[in-house]
Write a protein that binds this ligand. Sequence first.
Ligand SMILES: Cc1ncc(COP(=O)(O)O)c(C=O)c1O
Length: 399
Amino acid sequence: MTPAEIIAMTQTYQMGNYARHPVAFVRGEGARLFDAGGREYLDLLGGIAVALLGHSHPRVVDAVCSQAKALTHVSNLFHVPVQAELGGLLSGAAGGGKVFFCNSGTEANEAAIKLARKWAADGARKGAHEFVVVEGAFHGRTYGGLSATPQPKFHQGFGPMLPGFRVVPFGEEAALEKALTGTVCAFLVEPIQGESGVRVHPPGYLERARALCRERGILFVADEIQSGMGRTGGFLASSRFGVAPDIATFAKGLANGLPLGAVVAREEVASAFGPGTHGSTFGGNPVCCAASKVVLETVLAPGFLAEVVRKGDLLRAGLEEITKGRSDVREIRGMGLMLGMEMETEVKETVGRCLSAGLVVGSAGEKVLRFLPPLTITDGEIRRALSLLEESLPREGRK
Ligand SMILES: Cc1ncc(COP(=O)(O)O)c(C=O)c1O
């Protein structure tokens, strides 16, 4: 099929819920992508924080192929060796606790929401069923995740939302302190907000929130779906703020592109999920677990996370350098290889120009350019990406 045929066929047979770029990718290698016409691109978006080890990482490919040949699916009615091993690795990486496997981020949050309510109802905090969430958060598209996502544009036409979600303004400790009342079972928070523009909480906010939850017997739930698995230079972004959650949710890069999500909860909380309380047919299927084992082994290998911090600093310094003196850049922010650049104007056209120049970048909200490259990106690729980006920024804001 030609690129035009691929695009036409997608538009004819698939629902119109995605605003896709007119590019069809057929191959990936590390931080590089190749389209159907054979053109090469540098990828600073990584499938929206998914291609953690880069596209078609040879060890991931090998693990997936051998597992698919051995056993693709058997259900959670039985034990699965690779799932057992991954559970151990993930629990250790997340600081201990028990794991529930699912298939996506929204499912991980859905499970965390159910787990927190069940934990409260089982006696830990009877009558407390509410969640406190932060303005601007994004927690997914199912009704639980969507109800926890206080952004009207995502709710439009889908109401009513689930009851029991209270919203606090971004970064305001006093408002949070007031909201964490006796009817609340959990505070659900992205350590760094991804979708709403790579927003970093003010210094001390997460630590204070953690302390308040502990004092009041409320669960601190970290949505690490985008920020976790090493993206910020810690396995959990929470850990970079010195915070240990009661529950953490993971997905995106967890299996380097295969669908896998997970919830890790402190043992006492996790025990609320007894047999039959929750489940997933595909959750933790052997092929995704095999890919994820390679991801975790790689990310947890000595020195890997320190490299993420170093490369994050390199990219950030480069972004600052190419935008020095520009009148249209408000802020460069984020942590590790989760970075955003807020502009004065909409970034849609810049994203399009980048793509035409052979650079894949993302946007978050209307005015933020978003960078979530594979953690394995090389220094040379970072420098090349910066030069493509510099060429693609609007002419008007130049010094
Ligand atoms: C922080 C966060 N939570 C949840 C989700 C939902 O994940 P998924 O799209 O895998 O359902 C996302 C996806 O962007 C996310 O960034």
